[in-house]
Design a protein around this ligand. Structure first.
Ligand SMILES: Nc1ncnc2c1ncn2[C@@H]1O[C@H](COP(=O)(O)OP(=O)(O)O)[C@@H](O)[C@H]1O
Ligand SMILES: [Mg+2]
Length: 209
């Protein structure tokens, strides 16, 4: 296997109309996902996931590596094996995000929500302030365990109500909208766009006071 440094250096991006696009990467990498700050690959024949940050997000690589180090005693978070100026290497998680569960009709149980709650409580006990907790950053493994990824914003000072809002939505609406056929993308995107509106966030906040 090539070194982590070499593999990360093989990943090339370009800018198209202000958007970062992935153009090239080593053939021993399998693309597994993309977010707002990075692309993620599985290193073939291994259980490593290589997360390479976009050129304008390199500071986040350092931040996320430090935060994973702080979470190493908590089993809900992947182990970190290495990092560089623009990448981290963590456990590859064989599983599915909660977002894809909704899309594909895989049932999310109340126990899964409870487990994610435990994971976040454990992170808080270790002195962090979990933020940016959304459905694409929570995974259910093949054996039904919960794993949390994308921890770069766990040192944020501002309190984030996103997870409380997800729990509220789960317990109030999930049974009504669940479908074994999955929920169409346009509907999920509509909900996610609605949630970004301050008026909707205020509406959620209403429930807590
Ligand atoms: N360790 C991992 N194992 C399996 N899939 C992963 C792993 N890390 C990330 N992914 C996939 O890649 C996507 C983007 O990764 P993420 O760390 O959330 O990037 P970003 O910080 O840009 O949001 C995730 O939503 C998930 O689908
Ligand atoms: Mg993410």
């Amino acid at each position: 296997m090539k070194s982590f440094d070499e593999l990360a250096a093989s990943v090339m991006f370009t800018q198209v109309k202000g958007m970062t696009k992935l153009i090239k990467y080593d053939p021993s990498l399998d693309f597994i996902g993309e977010g707002r700050s990075a692309v993620v690959f599985r290193i073939q024949s291994s259980d490593y996931a290589l997360k390479v940050f976009f050129p304008n997000q390199e500071q986040t690589a350092i931040e996320e590596a430090e935060i994973y180090q702080q979470l190493q005693t908590i089993s809900y978070f992947p182990t970190i094996y290495g990092s560089g100026h623009n990448y981290i290497v963590i456990d590859y998680i064989e599983g599915i995000t909660l977002f894809d569960c909704l899309r594909s009709g895989i049932r999310i149980s109340p126990e899964h929500i409870q487990e994610a709650d435990h994971a976040l409580a454990a992170a808080r006990e270790s002195g962090l302030n979990p933020s940016d907790i959304h459905l694409k950053n929570i995974m259910i493994t093949k054996t039904g365990e919960i794993k949390l990824i994308d921890v770069a914003r766990f040192r944020q000072i501002k309190n984030c109500s996103q997870w409380d809002d997800i729990k509220l939505a789960y317990f109030r609406f999930y049974k009504r909208i669940y479908s074994p056929k999955g929920i169409p993308d346009y509907f999920l995107n509509m909900i996610s766009n609605l949630y970004k509106k301050p008026v909707v966030q205020k509406w959620f906040a209403h429930f807590y006071h």
